[in-house]
Ligand binder design. Structure first.
Ligand code: CMC
Length: 380
């Protein structure tokens, strides 16, 4: 019987999960049963706890969880040396992938996949990722890395380590929202990569390093940078419409930050970030990028409707102008996605290792068969 090929594994279920549910037709997203819109009242640290433990923490549990994170803050000296020896212009995602793999070498027990050891590794990666990104940024600016202020929480400490100033409550709130929206999203490409890597019973660091590589692509986490590069190249709001029309006129032309494999209506995370961006734009000198984004959304809505397509802004679209207005360098947008998503990747590794099945789909062979072997001396 001819096999059915599911290109891109679209519509294929490969596991069960209790972490996150998505209804793409209704634009709904739940973490552990909580609507993402309600979770914006929480902090990113609470959401990490929720993803890993299945329950929102009490204040006491949150305090204990934050205390558990503290010993994991320092970046191992040799990993710092790696950061220092990278050539100028190194993509921060390449740095992060290399560092994630290298952290295994400085862990006394990287290979055990029992829940306690995995949780310990997760605690480490959840603080190491923001530290690495902030430290890399400071080093390339010629500044000294900073000691963390763990009392600030994950979002606030990241902004502090990046900028050298305790963030305003408003800036901390915005980053908290961005991080918790990016933390988890079911079987997206990078989480699938993490889970399928783990399904070989490789160690968690290897699975996470693989996931970082997958997130970098512009069809996935790399889209937020691609959105901002596009807006920069367009320059002014009056040129947005022509940019969209020119892009759509190209074969397979894609306007970055639009469309989704699962959502057929507006991505709820995109809607939340649009509101966050609108608020920031009221007092930002970079508000132009948000106004260009709104114009792009308007033109895309008109053009996609005319083509009978449901293609709406996704998470990456408005996160680009949010990060711009927070003053974050463009090539850190995707690393910030990784800073958040590492918590979701770890939640999935807990599930994958607990009930492992090797991920090994098939590809249908369409090449030649029965070719006679010719020794090298006789090949013409
Ligand atoms: N621009 C223009 N047309 C689009 C777009 C877009 N961004 N996305 C989808 N379409 C249209 C298009 O008409 C396409 O039909 P055709 O192939 O005939 O031109 C149709 O919708 C189906 O699109 P698809 O690319 O086949 O759908 P997919 O499920 O394979 O891909 C996607 C989903 C996210 C890769 C795609 O929408 C895309 O390339 N978007 C731009 C990149 C992007 O923003 N990625 C971030 C994804 S969400 C967050 C994350 O994971 O990081």
């Amino acid at each position: 019987m001819e096999p059915t090929i599911h290109y891109g594994l679209a519509g294929v279920y490969f596991a069960e999960t209790e972490i996150c549910g998505i209804n793409g037709d209704r634009g709904e997203l739940f973490y552990r049963g909580y609507d993402i819109r309600d979770l914006t009242e929480a902090t990113y640290t609470e959401v990490v706890y929720l993803l890993w433990h299945g329950e929102l923490p009490t204040q006491r549990q949150l305090d204990d969880f934050r205390a558990e994170l503290v010993p994991h803050y320092p970046i191992p000296d040799k990993v710092l040396e790696l950061l220092l020896c990278l050539p100028p212009g190194t993509d921060p995602m390449h740095m992060l992938q290399a560092a994630a793999a290298m952290l295994a070498a400085f862990d006394d027990n990287p290979d055990e996949i029992d829940p306690d050891n995995l949780r310990r590794i997760g605690l480490s990666l959840v603080v190491q990722f923001p530290n690495l990104v902030a430290t890399f940024e400071r080093l390339r600016r010629g500044e000294q890395p900073l000691e963390p202020k763990s009392e600030l929480g994950l979002a606030g400490n990241f902004l502090y380590m990046l900028n050298g100033e305790v963030p305003t409550p408003a800036a901390e709130r915005v980053l908290n929202t961005a991080l918790l929206l990016h933390a988890e999203h079911g079987s997206n490409a990078s989480t699938f990569v993490a889970r399928s890597s783990a399904s070989t019973l490789t160690d968690a660091y290897s699975a996470i390093a693989a996931a970082v590589g997958s997130l970098k692509g512009p069809l996935h986490g790399g889209a937020n940078e691609a959105v901002m590069r596009a807006l920069e190249s367009i320059g002014t709001i009056d040129k947005v419409e022509q940019y969209v029309l020119d892009t759509l006129a190209k074969p397979k032309g894609r306007v970055m930050g639009f469309g989704h494999r699962v959502y057929k209506v507006l991505d709820p995370r995109g809607a939340i970030l649009r509101d966050v961006a609108a608020e920031l734009a009221e007092s930002s000198s970079e508000a132009e990028y948000f106004h260009m984004s709104l114009e792009m959304e308007r033109v895309m809505e008109r053009e996609m409707t005319a083509r009978g397509r449901q293609v709406k802004p996704n998470l990456d679209f408005f996160s680009a102008s949010v990060y711009r207005m927070l003053g974050i360098p463009v090539d850190l947008y995707t690393p910030i996605f990784a800073v958040a998503r590492v918590s979701g990747w770890m939640a999935h590794l807990f599930e994958q290792y607990a009930d492992n099945h090797l991920v090994r789909p098939l590809v249908k062979y369409q090449g030649e068969r029965g070719r006679p072997f010719v020794p090298i001396a006789k090949r013409g």
